[in-house]
Design a protein around this ligand. Structure first.
Ligand SMILES: C[S@@+](CC[C@H](N)C(=O)[O-])C[C@H]1O[C@@H](n2cnc3c(N)ncnc32)[C@H](O)[C@@H]1O
Length: 268
């Protein structure tokens, strides 16, 4: 499901049979593509039992077809708009050129190229699990003439972040990554992100929110209750806040911010 689908942030349980039947009746033309995707995903799950290996294979297959669609945007205009939305939000929240930023699951730099452009040379660090999408990310750097900014683009197999220095990043960002992650991947990230954040830094991540039963679709799209993620962060000694102002943006996901130190009071 593309994240820029014009749908509300709170969705019904997409894994439930009544939802599937209703959806198929409303969109009969999408049944064939869904069945093909379900078949492909079943095969990839069989051949890649661990989640990261599985999702890497999904990204390889999606990127071969279209890197922009692989990160969730149906058209180039939506790709640009989704990147701008990420960028403008963080700039409104104080992202300055001298800050150091870690972009977890940076994809093909939909938001990343704007961050690279804005930040001082060498201050952008993008990581991801998919070699195919990182190659597409390098193309984005070239297309936008950002070589002189020397962005770091690094492949990782997990989110322990152990190859990165402690107390280093002012902003850590994961846009539309935890919407594709089982809880243990999110927990692994929350267990380690505090080490790489500065004392005043923060980590923003988006997620697909449900107020009903938590569920996933094809192990590609995961739906969580806000409390589940706030509790997980607290268990990792992080301060956490649901970002109300993100809810007003035309985007299908919600956002949580976590930090080592208490977050400043919300602006009135
Ligand atoms: C929907 S794309 C979003 C990309 C980018 N953040 C953006 O907004 O354009 C999800 C990205 O997260 C990456 N990803 C998924 N699971 C990950 C994980 N456990 N660790 C790091 N990256 C991951 C995928 O390879 C993919 O590039």
């Amino acid at each position: 499901m593309p994240e820029d689908a014009e749908s509300p942030k709170l969705r019904s349980n997409r894994a439930a049979l009544p939802h599937k039947v209703g959806y198929a009746l409303r969109h009969p033309e999408r049944v064939g593509p869904y069945l093909r995707r379900a078949g492909r995903d079943a095969w990839l799950r069989l051949t890649h039992p661990d989640h990261v290996g599985y999702y890497r294979a999904v990204m390889a297959s999606d990127t071969r077809r279209d890197p922009q669609a692989a990160v969730g945007s149906r058209t180039h205009d939506r790709w640009l708009a989704l990147g701008r939305m990420q960028f403008e939000y963080l700039v409104e929240h104080g992202l300055r050129p001298e800050h150091r930023m870690l972009d977890i699951g940076c994809g093909n730099l939909r938001g990343g190229w704007r961050f690279i452009d804005h930040l001082d040379t060498g201050h952008y660090y993008g990581i991801g699990i998919s070699p195919d999408i990182l190659i597409a990310a390098k193309r984005t750097v070239t297309e936008h003439g950002l070589q002189a900014k020397l962005p770091h683009l690094t492949l990782t197999g997990d989110l322990r972040l152990d190859f990165l220095p402690g107390d280093h990043f002012d902003v850590v960002h994961a846009h539309s990554v935890f919407s594709h992650s089982p809880l243990r991947v999110i927990d692994e990230c929350l267990a380690h992100v505090g080490r790489v954040l500065t004392a005043t830094g923060f980590f923003d991540f988006t997620f697909d929110r449900t107020e009903g039963a938590e569920h996933h679709v094809l192990r590609e799209d995961f739906y969580y209750r806000t409390d589940t993620l706030l509790t997980l962060a607290a268990q990792r000694n992080l301060h956490a806040r649901f970002m109300e102002d993100w809810e007003r943006r035309p985007h299908g996901q919600s956002k949580i911010r976590v930090s080592r130190s208490p977050l400043p009071p919300r602006a009135a």
